[in-house]
Design a protein around this ligand. Sequence first.
Ligand code: 4AD
Ligand code: MG
Length: 435
Amino acid sequence: MTSHQSVPIAHLSDHVGREVTLRGWLYNKRSSGKLHFLEVRDGSGMVQAVVFKGDVPTELFAAADHIQQETSLEVSGIVKEHGKIKGQYELQVKNLKVIAAPVREYPISPKEHGTDFLMDNRHLWLRSKRQVAIMRVRHAIIKAVRDYFDSHEFTLIDAPIFTPSACEGTSTLFETDYHGQPAYLAQSGQLYMEAAAAALGKVYCFGPTFRAEKSKTRRHLAEFWMVEPEVAFLDLEGDMNLAEDFLSYVVARVLETRQTEFKILERDTKNLERVTPPFPRITYDEAIQILQDNGHPEAKVGDDFGGDEETVISSKFDRPVIVHRYRASLKAFYFAHDKAVPDLALNMDILAPEGYGEIVGGGQREDDLERLESALAAQKLPKEAFEWYLDLRRYGSFPHAGFGLGIERTVAWLCGLSHVRETIPFPRMLHRLTP
Ligand code: 4AD
Ligand code: MG
């Protein structure tokens, strides 16, 4: 680094009328006679640097005409308030130095590109205005998630990634070799959070989770980030209350801090402002009824919901809807059953509005040793791998509940994106492992 300081573009408002130096990359350029307008980005923001022929040496003015997109550069000039747009600033350029010119033309031009091309160039695509805005919203979501739990007396507990067993069914396990024995990449940290809840009461984990999803949809990634709270002595009712309070907090915080990004994304946030408790709650059976009444006469109790069904159900509500008490046979082995109707799992899913589908899944856990053993057997899961988990029911079993929120689906919903591939810096999908 050179010794003298450069100013981040986001801080230019503190320097109006003064000469500053900034470092960044050329995003776009246009010229008209005696002026070059250089759009420069530095990660913190974007500024128009105006090179006026009368202000700079002749060679510099000529050279500025040949700077290519994505050249890294250092620009010095006087900070001016933008003539027309309030809160925007310009740089009246005095000096300009190229740090590194691209070795060839930058592959991503402002024209439209196909999705495959952009995904192949994801490492460069990330520099675009839209992608930067999405990453900032993603960060704001993650920060709000952490702030919520940290300020509600939850302890962060990190779950392992290498695991000996399946949490969410054996069909989506990524198997790997662990010193000669098979291991699986974690589908969820939940089982470990249940152990931790017995130690610390209120806990959460936040990390990457893995599913070998064989289907190509706009909602599924092979690697996604999930936050999973788990609370001792909480029942399904309390779990739904926690989830709706948490989700409302996250949405409100992101709305508060990311208006600039929502504008760039052309996201109408009116619907998001309605995300406040209480969320409507319907049973699984009521959800089936909604489907039957709305163009899915074939829907019947016992069916699982795909993306299309979730869209139909959620379209009946103006905010996220909680669907609870699915048929136990549709759900993972670990759910407690409703005492009144043992066929029903004490689970809940939250469906996001506007067709974004299931963003939260969770519920109350089975705390009875024998019933849990039968559930493992019924789903043909190897008991040995779950001995440690069964110990939680052997030594001071306790009612408890929790849930998982998928970060990428939340980003897609809040940003209004049609596909999860843009919600994570480097998506891993059925046919994509690079870059
Ligand atoms: O409903 P899921 O499978 O629930 C669990 O994993 C529980 N063990 C969580 C818990 O109770 N602690 O997944 C939870 C959420 C989904 O609602 C969805 O938002 C997200 O994780 N998710 C995915 N996101 C992207 N790609 C995938 N393949 C996803 N699978 C689940
Ligand atoms: Mg689910």
